[in-house]
Design a protein around this ligand. Structure first.
Ligand code: BJW
Length: 233
């Protein structure tokens, strides 16, 4: 790793949870290879056919609850603790909607595409922890409205979450690391170029070169569970 950086910005994607058994989106056989994202992951899809969208996310939620963190999640949690003990910081920005970073011990996780284990009421906007099937939800626990709960995730065309905090952390980082993300979805895919423009060294850890591979100074190719612990050691 580059010269003992004090503040590392880590962007994770579906590849970090792949070895926990959760499907990625764009790999061969991935979620969007099997299902049309425009019919499942847009506000228009939810408005047109909420039952199909909720069933899809109920299935994904059950998978996420059953999965366990892998060595890549653990390496990030350990690096966060080590840096904090030295007065540094690891800012963990994940595109993932699962909670495997938290269950591996990461203390601060910024979920820019939301969280599958939370539900949002379309009537009052209240966000509630949610582990059960949303298709069976009869009302919002906050306002009592019925039939208006959705997963608290970010669909195409919606604004990703925590963008101000993410931009601030990126601007203050000594190192930018992207792990297990294809670089296909914006604004996350643009962060490596923003980091470069700020003069921050960049590294990608991925199974294979991502769509953004040419923008990184350094790369480690292989499974995140093997490459990331080595890289962060
Ligand atoms: C391994 C591995 C192993 C496998 N070890 N590696 C600019 C240009 C063009 C378009 C746009 C643009 N700006 C905005 C857009 C539109 C759109 C967009 O980006 N479209 C593109 C498809 C072109 N973006 C949006 O709509 C976003 N909103 C937005 O832009 O708002 C406006 C705005 C923003 C900011 C400022 C001002 C205005 C919202 C995007 C929401 C994405 N939602 C999803 C679904 C979330 C809920 C759910 O889970 O269902 O988020 S889509 C899906 O893609 C999910 C992911 O978080 C996201 C990224 O996927 P990820 O994580 O990269 O996964 P994969 O599968 O693509 O890649 C996995 C990688 O891992 C691969 O490279 C593998 O090789 C690797 N891998 N096994 C290491 N073991």
């Amino acid at each position: 790793m580059t010269d003992h950086p004090r503040t590392i910005f880590v962007l994770t994607g579906a590849g970090v949870s792949a070895e926990s058994g959760l499907g990625t989106f764009r790999d061969r056989g991935g979620i969007w290879a099997r299902f049309d994202p425009m019919r499942l992951a847009t506000p228009e899809a939810y408005a047109a056919d909420p039952d199909t969208v909720l069933d899809f996310y109920d299935h994904r939620r059950r998978g996420a609850v059953a999965a366990e963190p892998n060595a890549a999640h653990v390496a990030l949690a350990q690096a966060e603790a080590r840096l904090a003990a030295r007065g540094g910081r690891l800012f963990l920005c994940t595109q993932n909607v699962d909670d495997l970073h938290e269950r591996a011990g990461s203390q601060a996780v910024t979920h820019m595409h939301g969280e599958l284990l939370k539900a949002r009421c379309c009537a009052c906007g209240a966000v509630t922890p949610w582990r059960a099937d949303l298709s069976r939800a009869d009302h919002c626990p906050a306002c009592g409205a019925s039939g208006r709960m959705r997963p608290d995730v970010v669909w195409f065309g919606e604004m990703p979450m925590h963008l101000d905090a993410i931009e601030a952390a990126l601007a203050g980082a000594d190192l930018f690391v992207a792990v297990g993300t294809s670089g296909a979805v914006y604004p996350a895919a643009g962060y490596v170029r923003q980091a470069r423009a700020l003069g921050i060294p960049t590294c990608e850890v991925n199974l294979e070169p991502s769509d953004n591979a040419d923008a990184f100074d350094e790369a480690r190719y292989g499974p995140a569970s093997a490459e990331l612990p080595r890289y962060l050691a």
